[in-house]
Design a protein around this ligand. Structure first.
Ligand code: UDP
Ligand code: MG
Length: 316
């Protein structure tokens, strides 16, 4: 198998027929060596029926149905685990990402890139609010994250087998797939495209889901929030020291009310001390978190002995 296309679908009954016909055209050059994997993420409409119907008319199509809704990133993971291709193409069911870009992505991959992702130069037909929050999200995420994550980039991408195996060798449960590819490393490049409006149906990312996604992404790729307390404690202890000077000075010079000095000093010192101990806990929790994710320590991308190890073996 040369090419696998993986598409998560939740309540996309309206999109599937159009999606399958446009996609089969886009992958026509690799027709006999390609598979299309549609993952039904616990839809409550007739998505599964639509997948079965499409499958009946298209032998290269594989349908997978999850027992319940597990979310976009998990559904995508399910499809990626099934994919057998040497190259794996991911896109959404709603045709916001043009399947025709595959040709360009293939071209870049032929030139040695392991991951070719689509970068949205423009988003059509989306609310100002979605654009603004998405813009902020990608910038803030990058500021927080421990690895640079490409801006304005979704999961729309072509990846090769070794980079996919690297991502699948990361057993973490909170899966922020575009970040995982960034973390895995290997040679990556972006291709700009204009993101079309959703053709049919409505977005599966209402505000609440977007918030959850953003928090998942942030916590999955950064332990910086846990270190906040340490930083605050430095500020706080420094202020406590300044306060001490001021308090003692006032006590001597202005003969302030009895009890005032000791209360102010105690409050400022102990709040600093509490933040510091919280920060220490944060450091340990951060380390536990990294250990719990249990990612491989590294992936080998080249070896002069010509024996690049199979990434799957690292999992054992
Ligand atoms: N999706 C999914 N499970 C979910 C939410 C979304 O499989 O719980 C799929 C959805 O069917 C679509 C893709 O993920 O193929 C992206 O969702 P959507 O287009 O609604 O997001 P948006 O483009 O509005 O950010
Ligand atoms: Mg969409």
């Amino acid at each position: 198998m040369y090419l696998s296309v993986v598409i998560p679908c939740m309540n996309e009954e309206a999109s599937i027929p159009g999606l399958v016909s446009r996609l089969t055209q886009a992958i026509a050059p690799w027709k006999d060596r390609a598979e299309i994997i549609l993952v039904d993420d616990g839809s409550t409409d007739a998505t599964w029926k639509a997948i079965e119907t499409a499958q009946a008319g298209c032998a290269q199509l594989v349908g997978i149905k999850l027992s319940a809704n597990r979310g976009h990133q998990i559904a995508l993971t399910a499809g990626l685990e099934v994919a057998q291709g040497e190259r794996i193409f991911m896109l959404d069911a709603d045709l916001q990402d043009p399947p025709e870009l595959l040709v360009d992505m293939m071209f870049m991959m032929d030139r040695g890139f392991d991951v070719v992702y689509g970068r949205r130069s423009e988003r059509q037909g989306e609310t100002m609010f979605k654009k603004a929050t998405a813009h902020l999200f990608y910038r803030f995420l990058n500021a927080m994250s421990d690895v640079p994550i490409p801006q304005d980039t979704g999961d729309f991408r072509l990846v090769n087998r070794r980079s996919l195996d690297a991502v699948l060798a990361m057993p973490e449960k909170a899966r922020f797939i575009r970040g995982m590819f960034a973390w895995a490393g290997f040679k990556q490049v972006g291709i700009e495209y204009i993101r079309a409006p959703r053709a049919l149906g409505e977005t599966k990312y209402p505000f609440r889901a977007m918030m959850r996604f953003a928090i998942d992404a942030m916590t999955a790729f950064s332990t910086k929030p846990l270190k906040l307390a340490t930083r605050l404690s430095f500020v706080s202890l420094f202020m406590a020291a300044l306060m001490a000077v001021y308090v003692i000075y006032s006590l001597v010079v202005y003969q302030t009310a009895p009890g005032w000095a000791s209360v102010v000093l105690a409050v400022s010192f102990f709040s600093g001390a509490q933040l510091l101990t919280l920060g220490i806990l944060g450091e340990y929790i951060g380390r536990l978190y990294v250990e719990a994710k249990d990612r491989p320590l590294y992936f080998v991308s080249d070896d002069t002995r010509d024996m690049v190890p199979d990434v799957k073996r690292l999992r054992a």
